[in-house]
Design a binder for this molecule. Structure first.
Ligand code: RB5
Length: 142
């Protein structure tokens, strides 16, 4: 399951991603289905983080203006490894090396086509089983 969340500044890109993911046959659950003027990114980040923690193997995609606030808020929850991606390589490496489980994106800084590419790359990339990466990811929560 892919849990989506957005504030008002990320709502439009979140809708675009929802359409692209649905078309690519991912199961999507939108936890920010309505546009709320001037709503607050920490609340959307919390909803998605708790959903991801409650369902091992699931992922989150959070969108705000920059991706930065969503990333900070999501990483407050132990077990969440959220990253902001600006390139496809960020999306890929964060899955391989950091076993990231939430992708944060910024509608004001990332064009929709790149956001879609990064999201699909993030969701399709498997975590590396190399012992050094497993060890480092384990250290994040211990
Ligand atoms: C809202 O204006 C904006 O601050 C928020 O969406 C986000 O970019 C924060 O990091």
């Amino acid at each position: 399951m892919i849990y989506l969340g957005a504030d008002h500044a990320g709502f439009k890109l979140k809708e675009t991603l929802k359409e692209a993911l649905t078309k690519a046959k991912f199961s999507v659950c939108d936890l920010s289905p309505r546009l709320v003027k001037d709503d607050d990114y920490p609340l959307a980040a919390k909803k998605v983080s708790l959903a991801v923690l409650g369902e091992p193997g699931s992922f989150g995609v959070l969108v705000c203006g920059t991706g930065l606030g969503m990333d900070i808020a999501a990483n407050r929850f132990p077990g969440i490894r959220a990253i902001v991606a600006r390139t496809e390589d960020d999306a890929k490496t964060s899955r391989e090396h950091n076993h990231a489980n939430i992708l944060a994106l910024g509608e004001r800084v990332t064009k929709p086509a790149l956001a879609i590419k990064m999201t699909l790359t993030f969701l399709k990339t498997k975590p590396s089983k190399a012992q050094r990466h497993e060890r480092r990811v384990h250290q994040l929560d211990t």
